[in-house]
Design a binder for this molecule. Structure first.
Ligand code: COA
Length: 268
C-alpha cells in the first residue's frame, strides 16, 4: 500500500500507483458536491501526492457519469454564518494554492456538470479536458452568493473580465463547445473517449523530464500572477536550473548521438 492510500478518505478514491495518479471525488449521490470534508481531503491528498513524489501528472475526476462537481455543497452552506463562510472560502482558496504549487500538472477530467465550485476547482487545474456533454457555469448569484473558491479571479484571468462578468452576473450554464470557444476548457472530446484521451495526454506529459515540467508549471503560473519583468526573470532562472539535472544532460547527449533515440527520464 502507498502513502496517499494509507490515509483513509471518506470522499475520495486515490490511485497513486504509477506516474499518472488519479484522484476521484466520490460523492456521486450528491453529484460530487464540495463540502468541508471533500475540500480537506483534497488538500490532504495533494499534500500526500507531493510528499510521495512519484506522480508526474495527476488527473482529477468526479465519480459517476453525471457530474464532475455540481458545486459547493448547498446543504452544508445553507445555515453558515459569515464567519463560517469565510473559513469555508479560505479552505477552498488554500486548496487552490496547493494545487498551483504542486510540482506536477493536474488535469481536470470533466464528464458532466462542473457548476459553481465545480468550475472553480477545474480552474485550479493546469489543464481542463471536457466531454462534449460537460456543462460549466457560475450560478452562485441565483443562490444569493458569489463564487468563493477563487472563481471570480481565475475565471476572469482565463476567459477575460467581460465573459466572466456575463457568466457570473447572469449565472448562465454553458455547454462544452461554448466553454471551448471562450477558452474556459482546453479540449473537448467525445464522451465515450474522455477517459482514454485524458490518459493519453497525461501519459504524454509523464514521459517528459519531470523537473523541467515542474519548472514550466511554476513559470507559467508566474506569468499569470507577477509583473512581466518578474515572469521573464522566473523563466530565465528556471531554464538555468534545468541544466542542473541529470535528465537534461542525458536527453541532450542522446539527441546529439541520435535524434531519434528513445529518451526516458529519472526525475533528477
Ligand atoms: N450541493 C448539494 N447537493 C447537491 C448539489 C450541490 N451543489 N448539486 C446536486 N446535489 C444533490 C441534490 O440535492 C440531489 O440529492 P438528493 O438525491 O439527496 O436529493 C442529488 O445531488 C442529485 O441532484 P439532482 O438535482 O436531483 O440532479 P438533477 O440531474 O436533477 O440536476 C443539477 C442536476 C446539477 C442541474 C442540479 O443538481 C443543480 O442545479 N445543482 C446545483 C448546482 C449549483 O447551483 N451549484 C452551485 C452551488 S454554489
Amino acid at each position: 500500500m502507498n502513502e496517499a492510500q494509507r490515509m483513509t478518505y471518506e470522499t475520495l478514491l486515490i490511485d497513486d500507483a504509477g506516474p499518472v495518479a488519479r484522484v476521484t471525488i466520490n460523492r456521486a449521490d450528491k453529484l460530487n458536491a464540495l463540502n468541508a470534508t471533500v475540500i480537506d481531503e483534497l488538500t490532504a491528498a495533494f499534500t500526500a501526492l507531493t510528499a510521495k513524489g512519484t506522480a508526474r501528472v495527476v488527473v482529477l475526476a468526479g465519480a459517476g457519469d453525471k457530474a464532475f462537481v455540481a458545486g459547493a455543497d448547498i446543504a452544508a452552506m445553507a445555515a453558515m454564518s459569515p464567519a463560517e463562510a469565510e473559513h469555508f472560502a479560505r479552505r477552498g482558496h488554500r486548496l487552490g494554492e496547493l494545487m498551483a504549487a504542486a510540482p506536477y500538472p493536474i488535469v481536470a477530467e470533466v464528464q458532466g456538470f462542473a457548476l459553481g465550485g465545480g468550475t472553480e476547482i477545474a480552474l485550479c487545474c493546469d489543464l481542463i479536458v471536457a466531454s462534449e456533454r460537460a456543462k460549466f457555469g457560475q450560478p452562485e448569484v441565483g443562490l444569493g452568493v458569489i463564487p468563493g473558491f477563487g472563481g471570480t479571479v481565475r475565471l476572469a484571468r482565463r476567459v477575460g473580465v467581460g465573459k466572466a462578468r456575463e457568466l457570473i452576473f447572469a449565472g448562465h450554464v454553458i455547454d462544452a463547445a461554448e466553454a471551448l470557444a471562450m477558452g474556459l476548457v482546453d479540449r473537448v472530446v467525445p464522451h465515450a473517449e474522455l477517459g482514454e484521451r485524458v490518459k493519453a495526454l497525461a501519459e504524454q506529459i509523464a514521459k517528459n523530464a519531470p523537473v523541467a515540467v515542474a519548472h514550466a508549471k511554476r513559470v507559467l503560473h508566474g506569468v499569470e500572477n507577477v509583473p512581466l519583468g518578474t515572469a521573464k526573470e522566473l523563466e530565465i532562472q528556471a531554464f538555468a536550473l534545468c541544466f542542473a539535472t541529470e535528465d537534461q544532460k542525458t536527453a541532450m547527449a542522446s539527441f546529439v548521438r541520435n535524434p531519434r533515440e528513445l529518451r526516458t527520464f529519472v526525475g533528477k
